[in-house]
Design a protein around this ligand. Sequence first.
Ligand code: FHN
Length: 420
Amino acid sequence: MLLGAVRAGAQTYTPTTDNLAARQNFQDMKFGLFIHWGIYSELGAGEWVMNEKHIPYDSYKRLADFFNPQAFNAHDWVMFAKKAGMKYITVTSRHHDGFSMFGTKASPYNIVDATPYHKDPLMELAQECVKEGIELHFYYSLLDWGRKDYAYGSPIVDGKPANGDWDSYISFMKAQLTELITKYPGVKGIWFDGHWERDVNWHYDEIYGLIHKLNPAILVGNNHHLEPKEGEDFQMFEKDLPGANTTGFSGKSKIGALPLETCETINNSWGFNITDRSFKSSKRIIHYLVNAAGLNANFLLNIGPMPNGKIQPEFTDTLAVVGAWVQKNGEAIYGTRGSGIPAQPWGVITQKDKNLYVHVMTAPQQPYVFIPQLKGKVTKAALLADGSAVKFKQQTEGVFVYLSGVATDPNDTIIKLTTN
Ligand code: FHN
């Protein structure tokens, strides 16, 4: 069997060499910006507002008539991500409300045709990302609350909504995905969501097959909260680190062999929420990033820009601090892989080539940390911040790294161990 091939039933998906290289690059990037932005942002109550407030679809649609994000500036968004140390952006092209935030010929319900804005912000974003060397992935909702062919709420019979036109809906998605992949420059990934809404035949063989036919290097991921499926290139987790299930999304999930990503919100909301002030601190975000890296996963941090297209100052301030930290300590994050050594009460260990990075995020009770299961002989230990030597002792069970006299960092004290 060829490298990376996955078998399920009669089908075999064999990722191309370019796809495998894209996976490596994806894992190297480690930190991405998730953006939830749509006509729902106008109501300032998150992206589920139509559903949660029981707004009839025809009334909700009127939001498009006055969606006019005059302050949107793709350069500002990309610079925001870059300054934060993020290497890629995953942006909602169409969320569950069914409104397309890009110019599409497959439906008039889109930002170019249905709003006074009449422009395509995702095209501007794609072009800016190419210019600035940031990867772009599109979030794409499988679930649609409004389309008649989707028939939200319909009973499901024989893998289809009884009151809808499933073939029509699948063709619609294929048409839009073709546009997203062929029209927008530099797109590197598709992030599906909404699978969990109904038990139907999603025709993933056709959909994933189409994506990989149009561009074999595109990374396909699906937030179905299950084990990876045939044709997928990365596995994502929602609001939990891989292996954890504190929020209930990952109960049926099992870590597979694909590159991993976990997403979390900067406050408590995905889409813009004017009353949500539960902003995470820069320290908490840094710890999330480091903990994810220790588990071999990327961290995709979400913001919900305001309806005018601007990013609220609380997010900018926090991420400027995160960015300054990542810039200083990026060696221990970017391009690393999980070391396979389990997380410890004080922190995690990342690895790049022969170097191990010991991230001490919680001060241990003793003046040392113990790293179990370390393979290879440690030849040197040094504080990453200034290169000063750190005392250590290696035994068969593991390595003791002594912290007395070491200048600690309030976020994460990183000690670099060189092994032979
Ligand atoms: O329902 C969505 C939600 O609005 C948001 O997009 C998140 C992002 O992971 N995914 C869904 C919930 O699983």
